[in-house]
Design a protein around this ligand. Structure first.
Ligand code: ADP
Ligand code: MN
Length: 171
């Protein structure tokens, strides 16, 4: 068993993965890995998708890059996808969820419009990330958490931090 757990924080863009992961990293002293930033910094992509207006990430390169650090443990991985990571990497998979109208406002503020905006709202309505997480990991490690308000976020951080503190002491 790893001496420190690995946690995946996933969910539709705008649900609060990065804000939650940052707060969680501060509370737990685990390492926050923002996959989007990592892909840009280390150029782990195969160019740009014009239609989706995002990088085409190279999933194999991302997994190779993280292999050693994930073996070590103590990571919070932040990404809006979860089906290409090795299942053995994670001890907890957190799926953040946000009410549609709140998510719509957050993504509009971020400058999302048109298909990019509606695709993401649909992704949330159909709970695509929760489905993907349940298909990719054991159900007992997958937890859905509401992320509508700052209070929700603080509560989520508290709950996950308590879980991290108890890691390793479970029999
Ligand atoms: P993601 O990483 O999932 O795309 P972010 O953490 O970047 O989401 O959050 C998107 C925006 O929504 C940010 O402006 C952030 O401050 C805000 N936000 C995120 N989570 C919450 C929350 N639980 N309550 C209120 N605002 C939030
Ligand atoms: Mn983010």
């Amino acid at each position: 068993m790893r001496s420190k757990p690995n946690i995946l924080v996933t969910g539709t863009p705008g649900t609060g993965k990065t804000s939650t992961s940052e707060a969680l990293a501060e509370a737990t002293h685990l390492r926050h890995i923002n996959i989007g930033d990592l892909v840009k910094d280390k150029k782990l992509h195969d160019g740009w998708d014009d239609q989706l207006q995002c990088c085409i990430i190279n999933e194999d390169l991302v997994c190779d890059e993280l292999e050693d650090i994930m073996d070590e443990g103590g990571n919070i991985v932040d990404y809006h996808g979860c089906d290409f990571f090795p299942e053995r990497w994670f001890d907890r998979v957190v799926v953040l969820q946000t009410e549609n109208s709140i998510l719509y406002d957050r993504l509009s503020k971020r400058g999302y419009t048109g298909a990019k905006l509606t695709n993401n709202i649909e992704c949330e309505i159909f709970q695509e990330l929760l489905e993907e997480a349940k298909e990719s990991y054991r159900e007992e490690i997958v937890v859905a958490m509401k992320s509508d308000t700052v209070d929700d976020m603080n509560m989520n951080v508290t709950v996950i931090t308590e879980w991290v503190s108890s890691w390793g002491s479970a029999t």
